[in-house]
Design a protein around this ligand. Structure first.
Ligand SMILES: [Zn+2]
Length: 229
């Protein structure tokens, strides 16, 4: 385990005794890969012609090593979809030099200094690449890959989930999985947990979703049963 992973895990375990359970860097399904940095996952999906990423994890050179493990060149990524702008999700956007960056239009306030992540103390960093702003239900085509943006505010005002090819749902920090069941994300990290609960209800109503991928607590290939409660 790299030093940064150790430090992040130690700090997290000491300060908060929550259940972080990211997936080790691996292939998850045909064309789908999880990459792990410390306590967070980002995801890469390729159909052989086009390659996209969901989130960009922390800013760390260690991410390049994780890409080597899955044998994909970060420069081959043409579209980077950010679930939100927190540093563990957007930090490494700069290594995807050939990617168009996408995020929710409601998240722009978090990267241009208008809204602080922790009022009076901390704001999320700027994104210096040009970026594209998305609204709820926008669909982006990366060749034959279809990505639908689903606005799910709560963790941050512009938290966004992404549905790839109508079946794989990437939820960022909109929810956690515990024993294969869905719960809201840890409330002390949320800017509005009540709003997040409404967002989760919205996700529960989606049809034909096969698998759900979180950023910190693994995944489930049984979407229906994960939401059953
Ligand atoms: Zn996070």
């Amino acid at each position: 385990m790299r030093k940064i992973d150790k430090v992040l895990r130690w700090a997290t375990a000491c300060l908060f005794r929550w259940n972080w359970n990211p997936i080790k860097t691996c292939k998850l399904a045909d064309g789908l890969f999880a990459l792990r940095i410390g306590i967070v996952n980002m995801f890469v999906y390729t159909d052989g012609n086009n390659t996209i990423a969901i989130d960009a994890s922390y800013k760390t050179p260690g991410l390049i090593d994780e890409f080597k493990k899955i044998n994909i060149d970060p420069l081959s990524i043409t579209h980077l979809f950010l679930t939100h702008s927190d540093i563990d999700h957007a930090g490494s956007y700069g290594i995807f030099k050939n990617a168009q960056v996408y995020l929710s239009k409601e998240e722009e306030q978090m990267i241009n200094g208008l809204t602080a992540r922790v009022p009076g103390i901390y704001s999320n960093p700027k994104i210096l690449n040009t970026y594209n702003l998305l609204s709820d239900s926008d669909e982006i085509a990366a060749g034959n890959i279809n990505v639908r943006a689903i606005s799910t505010p709560g963790h941050t005002p512009g938290s966004m989930c992404y549905l790839i090819n109508g079946s794989m749902l990437f939820t960022g920090d909109t929810l956690i999985l515990r024993k294969e069941k869905i719960f809201p994300f840890y409330s002390c990290f949320n800017m509005n947990t009540e709003q997040q609960k409404l967002s989760i209800r919205k996700l529960a109503a989606l049809e034909n979703v096969s698998a759900i991928y979180t950023a910190h607590t693994g995944y489930s290939q049984d979407f229906k049963s994960a939401f059953e409660q």
